[in-house]
Design a binder for this molecule. Structure first.
Ligand SMILES: Nc1ncnc2c1ncn2[C@@H]1O[C@H](COP(=O)(O)OP(=O)(O)OP(=O)(O)O)[C@@H](O)[C@H]1O
Ligand SMILES: [Mg+2]
Length: 343
């Protein structure tokens, strides 16, 4: 278990990169830390292996207070925490073998060769052992970096924007690999990212970071379906089709031109089942028109989440009844535009 207790890290007097952060990451979790650039994510993750020494607070890993370790003990503890980066950080003058063997100490040449081969088949590029980094694709480079990070059989893998330099498909395959490693090796994985998509694909739990603080944390599904903080809402929107409505409005699209009496709203399903019956039911029950402009329902952490953007048309009283009905069904209703009440 990784426990951060009131961890703070300042740079100079003005920059509070990490500001009183407390966080618990259970063994075997894939834990996401998401935030915009400059939020303090890298600094926070570097506090876990003490690459950055916190100014105050405690870093406790499996019951061991990391800040109390002597240099030699810390060195040893660090070998059990692997780390990978956005730019892979491979040594260009060494082959894949040389890169992965680098952290291996006190082993014979045969032992090293056999260990590297095992690691390369684990990351699914067994044939690249003699290649140089310049001969590899981005995805392959990251696989080598993962193999190197796993060389000393760590319990924890820290990933700082590990997929940010990769295209979406390669990102998907690296995330799948991390997921497999988590399962196969029981590896605890901490994923730092500014992409909600990444969190959505592999994390079970996540924390949202802003200006050095954790502003929201919990199950990914909860965060997705019911974000509390504005920063979190912005992140959730970046991955949702429903945010396109803002573009349509900005572009003055005829699709979203309201007639008098109409009201446009975003319906966000929190624990609801399916969209369709809820729309047609309300339309019939309250005798109003409900036009779906956009819909985006998807699966996050194994549960349904998403919503629709609709335009209501009808007597305002009945529109309001429909809205109350939705709210009673645990659907969040956000009015986007209102053309007022018809005369
Ligand atoms: N070594 C340093 N010296 C001075 N300031 C630093 C240092 N490292 C980070 N900072 C500052 O601390 C703040 C947090 O930086 P950090 O790199 O942790 O953010 P981040 O969330 O990882 O951002 P990004 O998504 O861009 O990587 C920033 O304001 C940054 O300028
Ligand atoms: Mg960073």
């Amino acid at each position: 278990m990784i426990e951060l207790l009131h961890v703070s890290k300042n740079f100079g007097v003005d920059i509070h990169a990490v500001n009183d952060v407390s966080l618990t990451i259970n063994n075997g979790d894939i834990y996401g830390i998401i935030g915009f650039s400059g939020a303090g994510k890298s600094t926070l993750v570097r506090c876990i292996n003490l690459l950055e020494r916190p100014d105050s607070g405690q870093v406790i890993i499996d019951g061991v207070d990391m800040m109390k370790l002597k240099p030699k003990e810390l060195y040893k503890a660090r070998t059990k925490i692997g780390m990978i980066f956005q730019q892979f950080n491979l040594m260009p003058s060494r082959t894949v073998l040389g890169n992965i063997a680098y952290p291996l100490k006190n082993m014979t040449r045969e032992q090293i060769n056999s260990r590297v081969k095992d690691l390369l088949s684990l990351v699914e590029i067994p044939d690249k052992i003699n290649a140089y980094p310049s001969e590899l694709s981005g995805g392959q480079k990251q696989r080598v970096a993962i193999a190197r990070a796993l060389a000393n059989d760590p319990n924890i893998l820290l990933c700082d924007e590990a997929t940010s330099a990769l295209d979406p498909q390669t990102t998907g395959s690296i995330l799948q690999l991390l997921k497999d490693l988590n399962k196969k090796l029981g590896l605890t994985i901490v994923v730092i990212t500014h992409e909600m998509e990444v969190v959505k694909q592999i994390c079970r739990k996540a924390a949202v970071m802003d200006a050095g603080k954790i502003i929201e944390s919990g199950d990914v599904f909860e965060i997705f379906s019911n974000p509390q903080h504005q920063v979190t809402k912005n992140f959730v929107r970046t991955t949702s089709n429903l945010s396109k409505i803002e573009t349509l409005i900005r572009d003055d699209s005829p699709m979203v031109k309201l007639k008098p009496g109409e009201l446009m709203a975003r319906l966000v399903y929190i624990h609801a089942d399916v969209s369709e019956p809820l729309i047609s039911y309300a339309s019939r029950a309250f005798d109003i028109e409900i036009n779906i402009i956009l819909a985006d329902v998807e699966i996050v952490a194994g549960a349904m989440v998403g919503g629709t953007v609709v335009i209501f048309n009808g007597p305002r009283e009945r529109i309001n009844q429909a809205i109350e009905y939705y709210k009673s069904k645990d659907i969040r209703v956000e009015v986007i535009a209102d053309a007022g009440i018809t005369a």
